[in-house]
Design a protein around this ligand. Structure first.
Ligand code: GLU
Length: 440
């Protein structure tokens, strides 16, 4: 978990904490406060009605559930899970489920709000949702995880459904869990219902290209950003923080576009080789040895060193709050493409904007995942499946349009792309609200 060392930021809650408290340096930056601050910024630009602002700042429904699980030692352990449904003006709620010891209600609420904006930016007909279970999946057996997943699916089944709320994978959940949730829901409803969840394995209605979707979308955004900055991708130096699903595929596709990956990291450490790292070989190494650390020809560095390595493109693909003001001051790159959700703090954003670094915000940069989730859902509903290229091409259209709409609004209002993306998203959600009205 990332801890902050300076609280001079945004959050009134954090500012209330005494500077003399021994917890002063151990307060986790609250993603919900970040999310509210981003909404405030957009509301100011859009001159949003205060009542509508309040409505958008409040999730529609938040469910907290107890998940009792029989562990392998025969004892029962009760996990806590959440599902937050932020907004559904534009369509059913959509968003992943994460398993992590650091999951909090505030985090899940923030992530569900970000999903509302993400779906609006790439113009897919969904609202926002997010779920999570406080657990340490790395310390659980496959059986324990499956029993936890199935019980969670059972207790949230009343609020999910193909027209209500469609979950998907997120941190430490995969197609395996999605198939189990789909199975529970289908058994409970007496009929196969693939459209209740996305990110499924192909054998149960998954979509081609879903596994590469987030990384591929990041690469499309980097390509579009490079065009605007007239930056040649051939030979451009790339640094990737986090070598999970999004990070590895972002690396692979940016390499295909001519980029040269020079530094990468995973939860065990960071490595650099200024001459270039072959991302596929690094991944093979990680799969064999459990980490990228030790990859032949590379040097081990710290996370902070990785983030401030001089490069052209930086892809934070780990967890939230990695780019703090201290890091931002020392960053030397031209484009930051946020593959992770919430990797940059609001204070750091201001510093990066002054330094004229293009930050492609998470809700745009990592929207490839939900874009292809949308296409998976459509395929499930019509029971007809498309080729890899058909899916990838449609996703590319959504992302490129979302990128240009965001870029143009940022230019128009003379703000960074995060604010531009928020103005775009909030504006679109508002349009749906105005069309539907408030009832009862
Ligand atoms: N968890 C992913 C995200 O944060 C995917 C969500 C989805 O496909 O619904 O965008």
């Amino acid at each position: 978990m990332v801890l902050i060392t300076s609280p001079h930021n945004f959050s009134t809650n954090l500012n209330r904490i005494s500077r003399h408290s021994r917890w002063y340096n151990l307060v986790k930056i609250d993603p919900w406060q970040n999310a509210l601050k981003q909404l405030d910024d957009a509301a100011k630009i859009l001159k949003l009605d205060p009542g509508v602002h309040e409505m958008l700042a409040t999730p529609k429904k938040v469910l907290t559930v107890a998940i009792p699980v029989k562990m392998d030692n025969g004892k029962i352990k009760v996990f806590t899970g959440y599902r937050s449904q932020h907004n559904d003006f534009r369509g059913p709620h959509k968003g992943g489920i994460r398993y992590h010891p650091g999951v909090t209600l505030e985090e899940v609420k923030a992530l569900s709000m970000w999903m509302t904006w993400k779906c609006a930016i790439v113009d897919v007909p969904f609202g926002g949702g997010k779920g999570g279970i406080i657990c340490d999946p790395k310390r659980m057996s496959a059986g324990e995880k499956e029993r936890m997943t199935r019980r969670y699916a059972y207790v949230i089944s009343e609020i999910i459904g193909p027209g209500k709320d469609i979950p998907a994978p997120d941190v430490y959940t995969t197609g395996k869990e999605m198939a189990q949730i789909m199975d529970v829901y289908s058994v409970m409803h007496g009929q196969g219902e693939p459209a209740v969840i996305t990110g499924k394995p192909l054998s149960v209605g998954g979509s081609l290209a879903r596994n590469v979707a987030t990384g591929l979308g990041v690469a499309y955004c980097v390509r579009e950003g490079a065009k605007k900055l007239k930056l040649k991708l051939k030979g451009a130096r790339v640094v990737i923080q986090g070598f999970g699903n999004a990070g590895t595929f972002a690396a692979e596709y940016i390499e295909k576009m001519g980029g040269k990956v020079i530094a990468v990291s995973d939860s065990k450490g960071s490595i650099i080789n200024p001459k270039g790292l072959d991302s596929k070989k690094v991944l093979d190494y990680k799969n064999k040895h459990g980490s990228v650390v030790g990859y032949p020809g590379s040097k081990k560095i710290t996370t902070a060193q990785l983030l401030i390595t001089p490069c052209d493109i930086l892809v934070p693909a780990a967890l939230e709050n990695q780019i703090t003001p201290e890091i931002a001051k020392n960053i030397k790159c031209k484009i930051i493409a946020e593959a992770a959700n919430g990797p940059t703090t609001p204070e750091a954003d201001a510093i990066l904007f002054k330094k004229k670094i293009m930050v492609i915000p998470d809700i745009l940069a990592n929207s490839g995942g939900v874009c292809i989730s949308y296409l998976e859902w459509v395929q499930n509903l019509q029971r007809y499946y498309w080729t890899f290229d058909e899916v990838a091409k449609t996703m590319e259209k959504h992302i490129v349009r979302g990128f240009n709409d965001t870029y143009n609004l940022a230019q128009k209002h003379k703000v960074d792309m995060r604010k531009g993306s928020m103005v775009l998203a909030v504006g679109r959600v508002l349009e749906s609200f105005e069309a539907r009205g408030l009832w009862p």
